[in-house]
Design a protein around this ligand. Structure first.
Ligand code: SF4
Length: 418
């Protein structure tokens, strides 16, 4: 979205913070679960009521998947599928329309960062990129998990070149950004077409001059290896934060999901070793409960393995049918009430391990980049959102802190460390 932002600004559009005052609102959508779809519809309805004069452009995966349905929502004037995202400025100069491609016509173009411009920090009204600069290193996915519509919507994996990523990162660091976030559909598949690996890219980035840190977004368990885990946990310029999207820790369920591992126990041991070697590192995951055919035994297997690993947080999803996926046609769909029961049990286990993680983290020196001044808040390298009391500090500056509470709410209390 930072590319779109700069394209809009170059063409004379002004980005404003208050949605009520907007003439045009652009919404980038996701279609990964039915929950995100419901949220998106609510969001679009909310925009049309709080900004009744604004015309809405909807893009992203849901626009790609359900263009005609979205077009019926109030004030939605444009639907722009993923293939046409780079044409958004041209499109909003037209009156209205639906610009999408069919599911068998997704992009296979290589990913170029040529249009990425680095918005100066002081002009940036976008909450996310104020202190963190997202760099899209990869797009699409070569896997075919049975519940996932994403490869149909975004196509096969394509990567930007390592040199172009490094060049953009250098500009972002020079502009004052202190955290670079590597994003993509499946960043572990970075480099598939140009023989560079994610590890190669990280090694190129960490030698750049400047006081910055690199954060990786979600990694697929099939993409992690010992060297990658070592650099994530141990390199001072890389956030000690591993998010590994496991989805389940039961062999039969993973088989049904088309996410086979050669040896599940080896994977679990690898993650436990990471936890033991880097006890203060953030360790998160995504888990789906109630996948078709998930029996009590399977769920309990996942639960026990989750307890063994001791995550610092997890995103827990109740399985929802995504049309046009294999899993949608599977028998033995799990009743909603059972999905809720299982997610509650899993959440309680995660809350417990999060509390232990925060207790362990108490008194450990960490650095935050100040994201807001009043209240003073920021994020540690190991993914703890903190609020620091009785301290003043400018936004986008470093602050040494230590966590003083183990309250597993949104923000943990911290104190400055001089
Ligand atoms: S690896 Fe991720 S993006 Fe790819 S198919 Fe599986 S869930 Fe979807």
């Amino acid at each position: 979205m930072s590319t779109l932002r700069s394209q809009l600004e170059k063409n004379g559009y002004i980005i404003i913070e208050n949605i009520e005052d907007a003439d045009i609102v652009i919404v980038n959508t996701c279609a990964v679960t039915s929950f995100t779809e419901t949220k998106t519809r609510k969001l679009l309805l909310g925009i049309s009521s709080s900004a009744p004069a604004a015309r809405i452009l909807v893009t992203g995966c849901l626009a790609q998947q359900k263009p005609e349905e979205l077009k019926e929502l109030p004030n939605v004037q444009w639907i722009v599928g993923n293939l046409f995202k780079n044409d958004i400025v041209d499109i909003i100069n037209k009156e209205n329309g639906v610009f999408h491609s069919s599911l068998d016509n997704v992009s296979s173009e290589s990913l170029s960062l040529d249009n990425v411009t680095v918005v100066p920090l002081e002009n940036d009204a976008d909450g996310f990129s104020r202190t963190r600069f997202p760099v899209k290193i990869q797009e699409g996915c070569n896997f075919r998990c049975s519940y996932c519509i994403v490869p149909s919507l975004r196509g096969a994996s394509r990567s930007a070149s390592g040199d172009s990523i490094v060049a953009v990162c250098k500009k972002a660091i020079d502009a004052g950004y202190k955290e670079l976030v590597l994003t993509g559909t499946h960043i572990g598949q970075f480099g598939d077409s140009n023989t560079e690996s994610l590890l190669d890219l990280l090694n190129k980035m960490v030698v750049l001059d400047g006081d910055f840190r690199i954060r990786l977004t979600s990694l697929d368990p099939r993409d992690i290896n010992d060297e990658l885990l070592q650099i994530i946990g141990g390199h001072p310029k890389i956030c000690d934060h591993l998010h590994v999207s496991l989805q389940s820790l039961s062999g039969p369920v993973l088989k049904g999901m088309h996410r086979p591992y050669v040896n599940l126990e080896t994977l679990i041991q690898k993650i436990i070793n990471f936890r033991n070697t880097f006890p203060y590192a953030g360790l998160g995951t995504d888990l789906i409960v109630g996948f078709p055919g998930e029996k009590d035994d399977h769920f309990n297997e996942t639960l026990e393995n989750v307890k063994r690993i001791q995550f610092s947080y997890a995103h827990i999803f109740r399985y929802s049918i995504r049309p046009q996926t294999i899993a949608a046609t599977l028998p033995e769909q799990v009743p909603e009430i059972e999905k809720t029961r299982r997610s509650d049990i899993l959440r309680a286990v995660i809350d417990d391990s999060r509390k232990k993680f925060l207790q362990n983290s108490k008194g450990i020196l960490k650095r935050i980049i100040v994201e807001s001044e009043n209240p003073l808040r920021g994020l540690t390298s190991n993914y703890i959102h903190v609020e620091v009391q009785n301290t003043e500090c400018r936004r986008n500056t470093w602050l040494n802190i230590s966590v003083i509470s183990d309250n597993p709410g949104r923000y943990c209390l911290a104190q400055p460390v001089v």
